[in-house]
Design a protein. Structure first.
Length: 207
């Protein structure tokens, strides 16, 4: 019983740390950006790190995040994610943010319509072949690994999601995982029945 309590406390601490890092990097709520007029979703706001709206033929944009210092400061999110993977014997090889205005609009609409539900950040492992589809169309319950097509899973620690990423690595052995915003009041493991309740905010590559 004492060990279980200790493990729960450690997981809660890690979840809180990740939430803080995400808030610093994303400048959630405090610094949001009005999208440009050429966006179909110009009435919505996007995270403060989005530079410009998507072009007329762009469905989404995947932008690399450097591990190097930016403006003299270390990228805290990259460093944090790298450390999380290193602690489990894995190496972070790439990190990108996903800009999809339609998916963001759907997520924010769901968030505003469910004010009693919290927002957490969670890891979601997936085969490499699924990455572009998720970036474009979001998380689909019909593609859920359970095969039942009813629930999408995510977890507060990457170790929970590594097994799902391992189901389909790239030819060079690279695995992929998403770091997503999730509408959930659940601790440790989060499940949703609607893809609009998860936004695929970051793509992670690791070995």
């Amino acid at each position: 019983m004492a060990l279980a309590i200790q493990l729960n406390e450690q997981m809660d601490k890690e979840a809180d740390e990740l939430q803080k890092v995400m808030e610093v990097y994303n400048q959630i709520i405090a610094s949001e950006l009005q999208l440009e007029e050429n966006s179909k979703y110009s009435s919505t706001v996007g995270p403060g790190y989005w530079k410009t709206a998507l072009g007329p033929n762009e469905l989404y944009r995947k932008v690399p995040i450097s591990s190097k210092k930016e403006n003299g400061k270390i990228n805290e999110l990259y460093q944090y994610v790298s450390q999380k993977f290193a602690s489990s014997g894995r190496k972070l090889t790439g990190l990108w943010y996903v800009q999809n205005e339609k998916l963001w609009f759907n997520y924010i609409t769901a968030k505003q319509s469910n004010a009693n539900v919290g927002e957490v950040v969670r890891f979601h492992g997936t085969p490499v072949k699924n990455v572009d589809g998720i970036c474009e169309k979001g998380f689909l319950t019909s593609k859920d690994v359970s095969g039942r097509g009813t629930t999408i899973w995510s977890a507060e620690a990457p170790s929970y999601s590594v097994g799902y990423a391992a189901k389909g690595p790239a030819a060079d052995g690279t695995h992929t995982m998403f770091l997503a915003r999730v509408l959930s009041n659940q601790a440790t493991i989060s499940t949703v029945q609607n893809g609009s309740w998860m936004y695929p905010e970051y793509v992670i590559a690791f070995k």
